[in-house]
Design a protein around this ligand. Sequence first.
Ligand code: FRU
Length: 505
Amino acid sequence: MREGATMVGNIGSAALAEARAYERHMESFIADDDRPAFHLTPRVGWMNDPNGFSYHDGRYHLFYQYNPYKAKWAAMHWGHAVSDDLLTWEYLPVALAPDAPYDDLSGCFSGSALTLPDGRHLLMYTGVAAGGRKPDGDVRDHQCQCVAIGNGVEYVKYEGNPVISDGDLPEGASTEHFRDPKVWQDADGSYHCVVASMARDGNGQILHYRSGDCLNWEYVGVLAANDGSYGTMWECPDLFGLDGEDVLLVSPMFMLPEGHDFYSGNGTLCIIGSVDPQTGAFEGRTYRTIDHGIDFYATQTVLTPDGRRVMIAWMQNWDSISESTVHRWFGQMTVPRELHVRDGRLVQWPIRELDERRRNHVEYHDVAIEGTTELDGVRGRVADLLVNVRAADPDNPYQEFVIWFAQDERFHCSLRYRPVNGTLKINRIHAGSRRAYVHHRKCDVPGAPTELSLRLVLDKRSVEVFINGGEQTMTMTIPTDLSADAITFFSKGGVVMDVEKYDLA
Ligand code: FRU
């Protein structure tokens, strides 16, 4: 901290007070029923990335990229919610507004949080300010890293902001694309953060910084660089150790498609490998998409007090946001997912707290189907559905197995598995959208097995599919009216399935 520096900042700033008054007033126009049952939505207006996901003072805190004034991206604030179980969220007043004249008047972009030794809560975020004009006359952004410190409700921006800026960048790195600090404390007490940056060649790189106090930061080096294989700029980095491996998560922009593994547009990437203790460089061994569905971006993880690594993401994607909202809010988070590394793969599973929400258990075993089948008690849009399917005759595999859901006479979504080529396809073409954006995606199930297990977590306007115990996932929002709640099974060729279904409270 600079000599004599104090924390001054946005308490009482007109912008923050106005945003707080606005969200308090407007939230009363949103009925609880208009929100998902257990997925976090913005208090009002627009939400994108999860920010500051942390366990502080006995509760989980989740902040989010937030424009309270409109269900459209603009002037980023940090919305704020707290929870005891990661499923029931209570809104707290918006935590940060873009109100610091030199650092963040154009937005408080994504970042993270931790608890300082004295018990205060530190937020580290990207300040975006105007940085001159581009040749075409547009304003060029200037991005730098800032901190705000608080008590879990009120946060004060540090007078010495920015704490990491132009002078802390390696040669050639962009000052316009430098964002999304993820901060953590190592066992030896030192603080570290990784920040997304654009290198001279236009590709993303992840920079590593170190600090003794979270205020004075020293540049360590380039942790990982994109050689152009995975999109261009990388956003929202996160680095952690898990099950004996090092895991780097990033969200690449402008991807090119590659089989069914990666699709064009904004994607997500999990790199499993190890950080070389000598060079500090991350050596990646496997590069995989984090979620094969449509609406998933900008992951962030937290370590829970009982040692679980839990990931959450924006259940949306920049390439599929053209659906206009029917609510006064837009955007929601995924269900928090417990992570593991198994056989070189990131495995995801809904947090175990979700099991406590299960009601009205229905279970079927060894149901033989060929053609279309409905099962008594198996329907709903806020539901947990577990299906295990296998060939009725192992010597004579089936051609396809389909689950239709969010279905009525006119609309449906589907999951279609074809064991011949091992592809699973998620589809919302007939889900009621009148817009021509991405409506289906495929993924390859390794080994193309004839036995497949699927878990579908439905929460009104979304589905999250966990394949084979969470080895792969597919996440998708659903535009269909909630009255479309039928679930139907179909097979071409004989299959046998076990089905377990719960309503989720
Ligand atoms: C990712 C992202 C971040 C940025 C934020 C702005 O979705 O583009 O890189 O900080 O959104 O809202």
